[in-house]
Design a protein around this ligand. Structure first.
Ligand SMILES: Nc1ncnc2c1ncn2[C@@H]1O[C@H](COP(=O)(O)OP(=O)(O)OP(=O)(O)O)[C@@H](O)[C@H]1O
Ligand SMILES: [Mg+2]
Length: 331
């Protein structure tokens, strides 16, 4: 099992849309056993994949099994020994651990525990790694993919501490370049502080620690999103200002992730692909609760849309393939 966080602290850059479609491609077309963990209190991944009736049932009851059912007991030091209950999403070919708005309430607690963990406090370290406890119970999956909210807050830090890899979906603008710098600075600082905390901690003081209490997160690649295209002499071209940013992304990645964070880049193509604006296919997929590349005429696909659906299938397929290639190179 490999765990992958889809992360960018910039909001609205297509993280959830990309994650659900790539997860689905891996599940439906690459025969992989996939779990999507909705770790964003906005619950957008759950909302995208689960029917409205089911959403109502889940959130009407306070006893439904969601991410909160795993994280709450762990966050108050109770441990979590039961199996994780996930739901099979037929249309997407993946399992999901439903999101929960109450997860947002854990932000303060995780923040305090992180501060404690830096001085070697075992309880603080334990809660800072609570997503590792969750992952220790997910060994039956090939990949566990985490959807995350857009912040550098403590919930996201806890997800990133626990994961093997992260992918950054990014929009092609100057703000994404600045976001890469922020991510790099935060990751370097978290790693430094964690190592300090682990040095001071008395591990023998607590039993039942997760299997891994170290910062192993590696960068798996980026996906540039939603550029607008214009036609020049009948050929689609990326518009000019975007081209300039597109060229700067690999340099910024090299400087911020490879040089500063010492991530390996030998033989790795970090550019996993570019997703154009898929226009009306996106709301169609949201309404049908289906991945974009599975849309059919009964979902509203007409005329030229059909070739766009095949095009989307190729795009998400290529990204899924490159993702797996990089995982194989970065084991
Ligand atoms: N390729 C695309 N083409 C057109 N619209 C898209 C595309 N990808 C995403 N969108 C739309 O852009 C909006 C933001 O997408 P999404 O929710 O995936 O972003 P996000 O980064 O997960 O946002 P957040 O930071 O709030 O979690 C949504 O309304 C979605 O429908
Ligand atoms: Mg999202």
């Amino acid at each position: 099992m490999r765990s992958i966080a889809f992360f960018n602290n910039k909001g609205g850059v297509g993280k959830t849309t990309l994650l659900c479609n790539v997860a689905s491609y891996l599940g439906l077309h690459k025969n992989k056993n996939i779990l999507v963990v909705d770790a964003d209190p906005q619950c957008n991944a759950t909302q995208l994949m689960v029917s409205e009736e089911r959403i109502f049932e889940i959130y009407e009851s306070k006893n439904s099994f969601t991410i909160q059912s795993v994280i709450h007991p762990l966050s108050i030091g109770k441990g979590y020994s039961d199996d994780i209950k996930t739901a099979w999403i037929e249309n997407y070919g993946v399992d999901v651990l439903y999101g929960d708005p109450r997860l947002a309430l854990k932000e303060d607690l995780l923040s305090k525990d992180w501060q404690d963990s830096i001085s070697g406090d075992i309880r603080g370290l334990r809660t800072s790694f609570l997503f590792r406890d969750l992952l220790d119970k997910c060994n039956n999956y090939d990949y566990v993919l985490f959807d995350m909210g857009p912040s550098l807050g403590s919930i996201n830090r806890a997800v990133l501490l626990a994961c093997d890899y992260f992918i950054s979906p990014m929009s092609i603008d100057i703000f994404s370049l600045r976001a890469i710098e922020n991510i790099s600075t935060s990751l370097a600082e978290w790693r430094r502080r964690l190592e300090l905390g682990l040095k001071q901690a008395d591990m023998a003081a607590l039993e039942d620690l997760p299997q891994r209490l170290s910062f192993e997160l590696r960068f798996l690649g980026y996906v540039a999103q939603q550029y607008t295209q214009k036609k020049v002499d009948g050929v689609s071209r990326v518009v000019h200002s975007y081209e300039k940013i597109m060229k700067q992304i690999p340099k910024t990645i090299e400087k911020e992730f490879v040089e500063k964070l010492h991530y390996n880049s030998t033989g790795i193509e970090y550019n996993l692909g570019t997703i154009p604006n898929l226009h009306s296919l996106v709301p169609m997929s949201q309404t049908a609760r289906k991945p974009i590349f599975e849309l059919k005429s009964k979902d509203g696909v007409r005329g030229a849309h059909f070739s766009k659906v095949s095009y989307a299938e190729e795009l998400f397929g290529n990204i899924a393939t490159r993702l797996e290639e990089n995982v194989a190179k970065l084991v």
